[in-house]
Design a protein around this ligand. Structure first.
Ligand code: SAM
Length: 171
């Protein structure tokens, strides 16, 4: 399964931190790439720096037309929204397809036509929270927890400890 995350509504200085966190969450929870609807090279630089040290092939991309990106996507598209159908109901349907998955998350405001463009509108509960939380829970359900033991083969690797920090670094 190949997962792409599309983040709508990025605002440069205001959203830089959460947009970066969203990319890091997508990467850590098994997605292959994140696509933003606004080009922000500062966000790409900070995510690329993490990937260079911590491994994997995660890509940060931009689209000038997110609607064309969604309608031309070759696979199943899912929009995470508190108004959608329960995640537990929809994930088995997405898994049946076993192909590419596009996961769309919003920011402050989501254009209303996104609801009609996707295959599924999915709620991670029906309470308002955050795109980062919604993405993490959705991906964890999709990969059934397996993404947490993914091997990234990075220059930096954490050796889990009961207490304290142990990190191995290689060239
Ligand atoms: N009122 C906004 C709206 O138009 O949906 C809420 C925006 S919320 C701060 C940012 C994003 O988090 C949403 O666009 C959605 O992708 C995600 N999100 C928040 N709560 C969610 C939930 N319960 N289930 C799924 N996604 C959620």
């Amino acid at each position: 399964m190949n997962v792409t995350v599309l983040r709508l509504g990025h605002r440069f200085s205001r959203d830089a931190r959460i947009s970066t966190h969203l990319a890091l969450t997508a990467r850590a929870f098994g997605a292959e790439r994140i696509v933003y609807d606004v080009e922000d090279t500062a966000v790409r630089r900070s995510v690329d720096d993490i990937t260079a040290s911590w491994g994997g092939d995660f890509a940060v991309e931009f689209t000038k037309s997110w609607r064309k990106y969604v309608s031309g996507f070759d696979g199943v598209s899912v929009h995470l929204t508190m108004y959608g159908l329960p995640v537990g109901e929809i994930v088995p349907k997405v898994l049946k397809d076993n192909g590419n998955v596009l996961v769309i998350v919003g920011g402050a405001k989501v254009p209303s036509d996104v609801y009609g463009l996707v295959d599924y509108n999915v709620g991670v509960g029906s309470q308002p929270h955050s795109e980062v939380a919604a993405l993490a829970v959705f991906l964890d359900r999709l990969f059934d927890g397996g993404e947490l033991s993914k091997e990234f083969n990075g220059k930096i690797r954490v050796i889990p400890q009961k207490r304290g920090k142990k990190v191995v670094e290689s060239d």
